[in-house]
Write a protein that binds this ligand. Structure first.
Ligand SMILES: [Zn+2]
Length: 279
């Protein structure tokens, strides 16, 4: 009875496809194939994070991140030749960082740290601006030169020591120290992007203010390394004043913020080196 079997198969395939479609809505994007130095640098970090088992492959948290990330990517994309892709990573310190090639990593705990959508949007707009400005390329080149030298030295000391140093260096990639000037420029471009994407660009200044009031251990790494949050707020305020056509419609009052809700203790499935999703 082949017909019966076929219809039984259809009976199962349709709901199965629906489940697959739902799951893929909450999944990590597929990384961009290597086509140039920027995607190569980005891919190197991606592989390191994947090896460490930090990349979240699927989680309901992606459903929270996606609408904000997509709105920002739509505005930022014309300014950068590689597609922006947003990955969730698991770490204890709330953080976000962008690598050359278009990948933006958002630490899951940042989603629990931010108080409103505007603060999250401000952070993502800031990170894509670093990518557009190519701030990461020069820094990663520098890191790579140090890495080569240190790993070469470490191999002389034996494989275990080399392994330890290599792991320490991977950690460094998280805390790329940009100059204050690069930070302020990313804030300003980020504010333009956020405004165009419809997110109140005051969100980033609200985040800076929250950092100033937070416990030292709670301060996201993306800002704790950079002194002068006050100066950054001033630069942004001046930018808002100088461009009233773009910014005067936004309220500086945090009470006007869009409340941000994240599913509590959302489950996370991690991407492993031996599972697919690119290379
Ligand atoms: Zn920055």
């Amino acid at each position: 009875m082949p017909d019966l079997r076929l219809s039984t198969l259809r009976f199962w395939i349709v709901p199965l496809l629906a489940i697959v479609a739902t799951l893929s809505a909450a999944q990590a994007p597929t990384p961009e194939p290597v086509t140039d130095q920027e995607t190569e640098l980005g891919q190197a970090v991606y592989k390191q994070l994947r090896t460490k088992g930090e990349i979240v492959e699927s989680s309901p948290l992606y459903d929270t991140l996606k609408p904000v990330a997509e709105a920002i990517a739509r505005v930022a994309q014309p300014h950068y030749p590689h597609p922006f892709k947003f990955f969730l990573v698991h770490e204890t310190q709330p953080n976000a960082f962008a690598t050359p090639g278009g990948n933006v990593y958002v630490v899951d705990s940042l989603l629990y740290f931010v108080k409103n959508t505007e603060q999250l949007a401000g952070t993502l707009c800031h990170e894509v601006s670093h990518t557009i400005h190519r701030d990461g390329v020069a820094l990663m080149e520098k890191e790579r030169r140090i890495e080569r030298r240190e790993v070469a030295a470490a191999i002389l000391l034996g494989p275990t020591r080399a392994h330890i140093i290599a792991i320490a260096l991977i950690g460094k990639l998280h805390s790329l120290g940009y100059s204050r000037d690069a930070e302020s420029k990313a804030d300003v471009t980020g504010a333009d992007i956020c405004a165009q994407a419809g997110f109140n660009p005051w969100g980033l200044t609200w985040l800076f203010q929250d950092f100033q009031n937070a416990e030292p251990g709670q301060v996201p790494q993306l800002l704790s390394d950079h002194p002068g949050n006050g100066a950054r707020i001033q630069t942004l305020e001046k930018h808002f004043r100088d461009n009233p056509a773009t910014f005067s419609k936004f309220s500086r009052d945090p009470k006007s913020a869009t409340p941000f809700s994240v599913p509590k203790n959302a489950p996370e499935v991690f991407l492993r080196a031996d599972t697919g999703n690119g290379n």
